[in-house]
Design a binder for this molecule. Sequence first.
Ligand SMILES: [Zn+2]
Length: 307
Amino acid sequence: MTALIIDSAASAGHPVPPGHPEHQGRYDAARAALEGVANARWLNSRAAVRSELERFHTAAHIERVLGLTATVSEGDWAALDADTQVTQSSAAAGLHAAGGVVEAVDRVMRGEGLHAFCLARPPGHHAEPDRAMGFCLFNSIAVGACHALEAHGLDRVAIVDVDVHHGNGSQCLAEVDERVFFASLHQAPLYPGTGTRKETGRNGNVLNIPLPANTPAAVWRQHFEGEVLPALKQFQPQMLFVSAGFDAYADDPLGGFLLQDVDYAWIAQELAGVAEETADSRLVSVMEGGYDCPALGRAAAAFTAAL
Ligand SMILES: [Zn+2]
């Protein structure tokens, strides 16, 4: 089975200040590791257009990001929030990260491949409709989910977020749209501080599973198998999106979870199984966090190979 890898070379246009964990080396490490995945077809991302972004983001947010990046002096940065700095060319990186997911949705819907993995930075799942935060400019996976609903006429899509951090921005979509199911396993307490069990969305279309640091991988899997998979099967998504955050890996400097390559491969297999059961196997994964470069590469390759 051919997996599509949607590659965003514009990722390199988003340098970050020295010492920042969300740097270009992450993309390079993931790309090098993914080159070893057999039976993958590589495609290039494109920039998302304004009408695609506006399905999730406010016009004011888009203006703020594009306007700020346009005014930064060469070699300098401007801050959208305490963790999120941009340069002149950062907008292109964000637009291509989001556009890559839109492209993946189109390709998968056309049957060019059942599974797609979007390789890009910056990540997107913290970006809210009107706010950039936590390294994220545009919420790529939410923009992609909206595209599947609006451009392809799907009735139900699901986003599963396995990043160690809660995907607060993606949850915003499910909170206003019952056609979206959102599930997240994340460390708590940890940034951004959202994602409690009490946040259940509309009609239970949000499922948050906060777990403490050092949760054994076997326990993480029990929650995934016992809660996320049954909820997905009940929701019957027609396309499955995965916020593939690799910072739940044992070696990650920002997270305290203990997942290994074999766990990421297991996640991919389980989700591919759900996609096969409910969504004609349509599955689109998006790279989110992962801040130990060797671990990021290993986990991304294990995840994608298992698809
Ligand atoms: Zn993260």
